[in-house]
Design a protein around this ligand. Structure first.
Ligand SMILES: [Zn+2]
Length: 259
């Protein structure tokens, strides 16, 4: 049985709602032959093992389906299904953004599950991820939480930024913290990583310790930042994010130490 990863023209994921549960639809829920699926001309939908990825245009959506942004679908789907939908979305997005060869300008076609091949010069390409770091900086029993100017909602998160060419992940962590807060850090250690399909990302989380300096927002990305104790946290990001996982991990350790 196939699982369907369906997006409508507004890039909303279509999710089957049944008996108070949410899941990706299967063949039993979705019959492509009976719907007006648009295969987007020469941008073919992507077939991947038992997955289908396609964009639904003008189709009548069954009443048992709900629409959700990919990000919000994390609240509805199992972790496996959320990740599957994210991977499908990344491949779909990438193939639509890469329809022509950057070397000779001719159309690109799928060559494998994860690569496109130029129809003329034979250039083969694979998706390139944007790699970002995010770091929880600890100072004694406090952690550095910051408010970025770009945060849409009012909460405190962690220092984050994109890895540049020619630097290691650890160098990026130290550079971002210094650029955004003027603080020097030490003891940078890997925590975890997570696919971040918004649209083609990999988020890599770190812990680090404060070394020296006073908080100052030199490069203008942040508007606020303080060291907080675990028992006195402001509003923090939702559970999906690496920021929240880092904060939760630190809070759990702090609580254990208090016991
Ligand atoms: Zn080419």
């Amino acid at each position: 049985m196939k699982t369907w990863v369906l997006f409508n023209e507004k890039d909303e994921l279509l999710i089957k709602h049944e008996n108070e549960t949410y899941r990706l639809p299967t063949d039993n829920d979705w019959n492509p032959d009976n719907s007006s699926v648009n295969e987007q001309g020469d941008s073919p939908h992507h077939i991947q093992k038992d997955d289908w990825v396609l964009r639904v245009v003008d189709a009548d959506i069954p009443s048992s389906f709900v629409r959700s942004s990919l990000r919000q679908s994390w609240n509805l789907l199992s972790s496996d299904e959320y990740l599957r939908a994210g991977k499908a979305w990344e491949l779909l997005y990438w193939s639509e953004e890469t329809r022509f060869c950057s070397r000779c300008g001719k159309p690109m076609n799928w060559n494998s599950d994860i690569s496109l091949l130029c129809s003329s010069c034979g250039r083969e390409i694979w998706p390139q991820l944007n790699i970002a770091i995010i770091v929880l900086v600890q100072k004694g029993h406090e952690a550095l939480l910051v408010k970025a100017k770009t945060f849409r909602r009012d909460f405190f998160g962690l220092v984050a930024g994109f890895v540049e060419t020619g630097e290691s992940l650890e160098e990026c962590v130290a550079r971002e913290v210094f650029e955004e807060t003027s603080l020097r850090i030490t003891n940078i250690r890997y925590f975890s990583s997570q696919p971040w399909p918004y649209p083609l990302g990999l988020m890599v989380g770190f812990h680090a310790d404060y070394l020296s300096g006073e908080i100052a927002f030199a490069d203008g990305e942040l508007k606020e930042g303080h060291f907080f104790r675990a028992d006195n946290l402001p509003t923090i990001p939702e559970g999906l994010s690496m920021a929240r996982m880092l904060i939760d991990d630190w809070v759990a350790k702090e609580r254990k130490e208090q016991e």
